[in-house]
Ligand binder design. Structure first.
Ligand SMILES: *Cc1c(COP(=O)(O)O)cnc(C)c1O
Length: 397
């Protein structure tokens, strides 16, 4: 089998020569002619039951060849048998929760998590009882109706790392879902460490250009089938144009992640030495929980970091207002650098007590470093930090 970098360029494109094309065809059909009724009926049954494909796609909510092509590429990159794509990361997580309900109504969740994932789980919207635990409590909290264990590593926004192998061992027969959005398959392959579901908000690094909302779940084929059934029933589809854009971004994924990571290492080191910054959370600096995993379970610390401003909320708001090259915006993993305030934006829906317990303070900013020249990025950030200082947000003498 080809190596990872080659697979990035060629996965999901292996039939091109035979098909006589050099870019993926986009199929926008909502419905497909059914000339042979018996074949159509058999195809319908197979797709509703969650088969990956059938002789006739029937209807685009059941199957789309452009989406299936992108899914096959992502399965290859995560080293799983299958991948099921959804209209967003949240639709993907919702589908997993709905599919797991057949196995019990209880899930164990390690915080911190992406704010909306936290909200979806804590709110009970999917009819699941989520119990929030520390990673080392998992074995003790398993119940007969525990259907899933959910972790996010690196975690949003504090970049805590969670030991996937240890969680898989603690969970025993209960499948573990890893939200690997921050790592991408360039830096981490949770399935190789025993995770049964690997979830990505493909909106982030996988799409990589800030123009696609998508979510994917990579898993074994028997686990993929209920996800397809849920997708067909609830309609949380990835549109074929979005699937095309997602596939189009993959060949440069390793180049983008490696360049962004190199920039991030440099910026994290400079931030750590800056008088306006109280603390930097970055696995590459060893300043997050389980930082050593960045070099063992991961292949590098990644391109995301968070930092705590001296001067709290006011200083953080001044940095958001003052950056000119960086975009002050939520989301992450784009070619351009994004900076945002977790407490006020992405983690707004998390309760105040849970924010405090998980280090989501008023002075915390999260930085998703892009692939620009590092000196231009630093010049922009440094002038924004200077403005915060000039605004009177200095460290108390
Ligand atoms: C953005 C994000 C999500 C949600 O994905 P959407 O595509 O925005 O629905 C889930 N998990 C993590 C870690 C994220 O960053």
């Amino acid at each position: 089998m080809n190596r990872f970098e080659t697979a990035l360029v060629h996965a999901g494109r292996d039939d091109f020569r035979e098909a006589g094309v050099h870019a993926p065809p986009i199929d926008l059909s909502t419905t497909y002619p059914v000339a042979d009724l018996d074949q159509g009926t058999a195809s319908f049954d197979a797709l509703v039951a969650g088969q990956a494909s059938a002789a006739n796609p029937i209807y685009a909510r059941l199957h789309n060849p452009t989406v299936a092509r992108t899914e096959s590429a992502l399965a290859r990159l995560e080293g799983t048998e299958a991948c099921v794509a959804f209209g967003s990361g949240m639709a993907a997580l919702t589908a997993v929760l709905m599919a797991r309900r057949a196995h019990g109504g209880h899930v164990l969740v390690v915080r911190p998590l992406y704010g909306t994932s936290d909200h979806l789980l804590a709110s009970g919207l999917c009819g699941i009882e989520a119990e929030f635990v520390d990673a080392d409590e998992i074995a003790a909290r398993l119940r007969p109706d525990t259907a899933l264990v959910i972790i996010e590593t690196p975690a949003n926004p504090t970049l805590d790392l969670v030991d996937i192998r240890a969680v898989v061992a603690a969970a025993g027969a209960v499948p573990v879902l890893v939200d690997s959005t921050f790592a991408t398959p360039v830096l981490q392959n949770p399935a190789a460490l025993g995770a049964r579901y690997v979830l990505h908000s493909a909106t982030k690094f996988l799409g990589g250009h800030g123009d696609v909302i998508a979510g994917v779940v990579c898993c074994e084929e028997p686990l993929a089938q209920p996800l397809r059934t849920v997708r067909a029933a609830t309609g949380g589809l990835l549109h074929p144009l979005a699937a095309y854009l997602l596939h189009r971004g993959l060949p440069t994924l390793a180049l983008r992640v490696e360049r962004a990571q190199a920039n991030a290492r440099e910026i994290a080191a400079r931030l750590a030495a800056h008088p306006q910054v109280a603390r930097v959370f970055y696995p590459g600096l060893g300043t997050v929980r389980n930082a050593a995993l960045a070099e063992t379970q991961m292949r590098g610390p990644g391109a995301l970091m968070a930092f705590e401003m001296v001067g709290g909320h006011r200083a953080a708001a001044m940095v958001m207002r003052s950056v000119a090259l960086m975009t002050p915006a939520v989301s992450l993993g784009s070619v351009d650098t994004l900076i945002q305030h977790p407490s006020g934006l992405t983690h707004r829906v998390v309760s105040a007590a849970d924010k405090t317990a998980n280090g989501i303070t008023e002075g915390l900013l999260r930085l998703s470093v892009g692939i620009e020249h590092v000196e231009d990025l630093w010049a922009d950030l440094a002038q924004a930090l200077d403005r915060a200082a000039a605004d009177g947000c200095q460290k108390a003498a």
